[in-house]
Design a protein around this ligand. Structure first.
Ligand code: ADP
Ligand code: GLC
Length: 481
């Protein structure tokens, strides 16, 4: 039995701000239990839902040298859906109303603490993984510490690490002296071949240099990040390590996201009866959100963090033009104020057509995936994207820009061959996006049978974890030997 530990800053069902949590929550469940014992370690945030906190049981605690202090490390555990979870507890780091704060330096201290605590905790919980699977910059120091201070001891000898890049944009950067002082790493770790990048200490870079293998969440993104445009300054390093870098596309939890059994939606449906039943969800949502109630109106959904990454400047640019078309637009998201206000403004200007829901809601997100006809995701870059996979699963046709995982998971409609699961455009250009949306409108209104065949194909596409989980397993086997 090979032992794998996932280390991450968020994971469903305990804490979620985005797709990382979905992946950390669903992938371990799909790794073959006959060959792998996969466990997950997360921070114990004070802001987790009470119902989840109630599941946690105290295991032990100890004190760890960190940032010139002797700091408390509590370890808790829970077994949910057959997966053993561990939690690192220290309320001075993981208190507050949300997992991530705005103070960049404090975030670095917090996740440096987490990374060191994860390794320090292992001998005490009696779990000796063969491999630690790290996710994003927050766990970037784990491969570094593993090679540096934990290396000598027998317990850690031969322990491998992998780092998965979910988003290269976030790297955890600060000036080297401060980071050296916080982490306690020797000075010679802060050179350009290790943690230093462009005069900063860079935690993600540390992970990318010291991990035994690197993955990212789609094939196209794995290629893109080796170029300057998508490489966020680390494309050179990624080119240098390209032999150890692979793209494995994300899946989603097909039980959690299932239009036949989804408890949040008004009218369950499936690939056979969606023609009759799916529209009932749209009608109910129109009523709930105060939009014009018309089952025939094409409804386009957006569920997203409202940030530049997601292409909202394209939407802002053509919003008036779009709103003059015969469509409705339902938005659910939070993020940058200018996008929040942009959508609020258009909801005020076109109350029958635009609904702006500027908050976070699991329930409303499921209703949108189920009720809309199309889903818009014109991202500037997109490592994988899960929202388009959820849309496909619910027969909601994605309209996407051809980048990263969007390119790998949405097959553009071809009217001559009657193939494709969605609509797409190539260049980051607002009118190219508008043209793709209008092409979709045209098929929706004028060629309904064709539209429904797109829905058929979308719902038949399989983005459960089966294929990708076996690719992770192959990689674990290859590394552990
Ligand atoms: P990212 O991780 O870059 O935010 P993904 O598409 O991979 O993008 O994943 C986003 C996840 O977060 C999806 O599960 C999506 O449904 C969810 N999500 C984003 N914003 C909200 C919101 N306001 N309310 C509920 N769920 C949201
Ligand atoms: C990141 C990316 C998103 C990806 C998710 C899970 O948040 O922005 O594209 O789907 O991680 O891997």
């Amino acid at each position: 039995m090979k032992k794998i530990l996932f280390a991450a800053s968020e994971g469903v069902p305990f804490i979620k701000t985005g797709g990382l949590a979905d992946v950390v929550g669903s992938l371990p469940k799909c790794i073959d239990k006959r060959y792998f014992d996969v466990r997950v370690i997360l921070p114990k945030y004070t802001c987790m839902k009470q119902a989840m906190k109630d599941k946690l049981e105290y295991i032990t605690h100890f004190y760890m040298d960190f940032n010139w202090k002797n700091v408390y490390v509590g370890i808790l555990g829970a077994n949910v859906d057959g997966i053993q979870y561990y939690f690192i507890d220290n309320e001075s780091y993981f208190g507050g109303f949300k997992p991530y704060g705005d103070n960049a330096l404090y975030e670095i201290e917090k996740y440096a603490y987490f990374s060191k605590a994860v390794l320090s905790a292992l001998p005490l919980i009696g779990f000796q993984p063969d491999l630690i699977h790290c996710h994003d910059w927050q766990t970037g120091l784990i491969p570094v510490y593993l090679k540096e201070r934990f290396h000598g001891g027998e317990f850690f000898a031969g322990m491998k690490s992998v780092i998965t890049i979910h988003n290269l944009k976030f790297q955890g950067k600060w000036d080297p002296r401060t980071v050296q002082s916080i982490t306690g790493l020797p000075e010679y770790y802060f050179t350009a071949d290790k943690l230093e990048a462009y005069k900063d200490a860079n935690l993600l870079k540390g992970g990318l240099v010291f991990a035994d293998a690197i993955t990212t969440v789609s094939d196209t993104y794995a290629q893109e990040i080796k170029t300057p445009f998508y490489g966020e300054g680390l494309d050179g390093l990624l080119r240098a390590r390209s032999g150890d870098l692979r793209g494995i596309v994300n899946g989603i939890d097909y039980e959690e996201f299932n239009p036949e059994t989804d408890p949040y939606i008004v009218k369950p449906y499936n690939a056979v009866n969606f023609r009759k039943e799916k529209g009932k969800n749209k009608k109910a949502l129109q009523q709930e959100l105060g939009l014009e109630q018309d089952e025939k109106k094409m409804m386009i959904g957006v569920v997203s963090r409202l940030t530049d990454q997601k292409g909202f400047d394209l939407i802002a640019y053509v919003m008036d033009e779009l709103c003059r078309d015969g469509i409705q637009l339902v938005v659910l998201g939070t993020g940058e104020e200018r996008y929040e206000n942009m959508f609020r403004h258009f909801a005020w200007k076109y109350p029958e057509k635009v609904s702006a829901n500027i908050f976070y809601s699991e329930e409303l997100s499921h209703k949108i995936y189920a009720s809309c006809d199309a889903f818009l995701m014109p991202s500037l870059f997109e490592p994988c994207g899960l929202s388009q996979l959820m849309s496909l699963r619910y027969g909601t046709v994605p309209i996407v820009r051809e980048t990263g995982g969007l390119k790998d998971t949405v097959e553009p409609y071809n009217q001559y061959e009657s193939t494709g699961t969605g609509f797409s455009f190539a260049n980051y250009n607002a009118h190219e996006m508008l043209a793709a949306v209008r092409y979709a409108e045209q098929i929706y209104y004028d060629k309904k049978r064709e539209w429904n065949k797109i829905v058929d194909r979308a719902m038949a596409a399989d983005f459960s974890w089966h294929v990708s989980a076996s690719k992770y397993q192959e990689m674990y086997d290859w590394l552990i030997g």
